[in-house]
Ligand binder design. Sequence first.
Ligand code: GTR
Length: 426
Amino acid sequence: MRNLKTYFIAVCCLLLSIAAFAQEFVPNYEESKIPAYALPEILVSKEGQSITSVDQWETIRRPEIVTDFETYVYGRIPKEKFEVQKEVLIEADILGGKAHLKETKLTFSRQGRQISMNILLILPKKIDKVPVFVGLNFYGNQTILDDPAIAITESWTMQNDHFGIVNHKATAASRGVRHYRWPVGQIIARGYGLATIYYGDIDPDKDDFTDGVHALFYQPGQIRPDKDEWGAISAWAWGLSRSMDFLEQEPAVDASGVLVMGHSRLGKAALWAGARDQRFAMVISNDSGCGGAALSRRKYGETVGRITTSFPHWFSDNFDQYANNEDALPVDQHMLVALVAPRPVYVASAKDDLWADPKGEYLSAYRAGEAYRLYNLKGLASETMPEVNHPVGASVGYHMRTGVHDVTDFDWNAWMDFADRHLGRE
Ligand code: GTR
């Protein structure tokens, strides 16, 4: 009898695991299988009022959309005060004296807890008030340029044997491994500066809310954010705003020309940072996909259901309820792009990056043009995607380049051309 019971339990377990396997996520890559959807209106307020002026946009609709993204998608970022300490770690001339590198450690403290983030700033010499691209990086500042002056991050990093990450710690072998994604020489040659921070300094990318910036802002006894409070993307966006605070105080930087960019999950963070913090003069999203520029309702490639399962810590807990229930979301990602208006925004996709849904990224950028029109600015001209490798757009820029999920020189050249146009540097 006992044996029979054990046998029965074993068979049940087997059947359950087969069922779980059968339900494994299969991404949709067919346009014809996209469910019919209606996007929430950018220019209609919650009370049903048509938004027809800049004033109505800025006082009624924009704040509503920001609040919805805070509450239902990324989670609220605390507004409480904190202390900051600055320590310059290193200064050096690089690139044969053409550029100056400075790495500064910023330590944030509150309630007896602290975290530190290192900001690496590289500026062309002999230019005053330089516009600066700022972006987070995936494996530490030392990976973007092979220069012994740059500190190797001591923070937890994602495991990557090829990049010299051993037991989640970066080693000297990781120096310069991501150089190709950060064409420092070209950026400097075109008269821009570059600031970068390792995203794990702000919040290590794992489902653990004790080790990053979140804990500085907990109420007594709190151990993880509440349902509508910040996940990791909001934390990384918070870090980008702290880099803006820092850049505002750097005399050689043109603080009115700080351009925030990010790739993939860090593209999601760049969009959210730029949407909220209007001090950023331009926002660039690269292959940011689901939870970034791509429309959630299209259910093409990565979906809300999949992303909230694989990366539960990225969003607010409230976002989980929209898994396979996207139509109930009060917002969609075109509204995130629209929040950047009237500042220029650029959405970049890659042809083979289907997981991020290039068309969903394009349509979202296209629809965001509605907010720009209130300012008499032009977005993207057509609902039809442009040819591959053909950057388009006025205040809303877009390209889909050939290739995979990555950052390439093609992307950087397009962004610098776009920035030149908007900063009057042509
Ligand atoms: C993927 C994730 C994407 C994207 C990407 C990345 O695994 O599904 O949403 O963020 O990671 O950041 O490289």
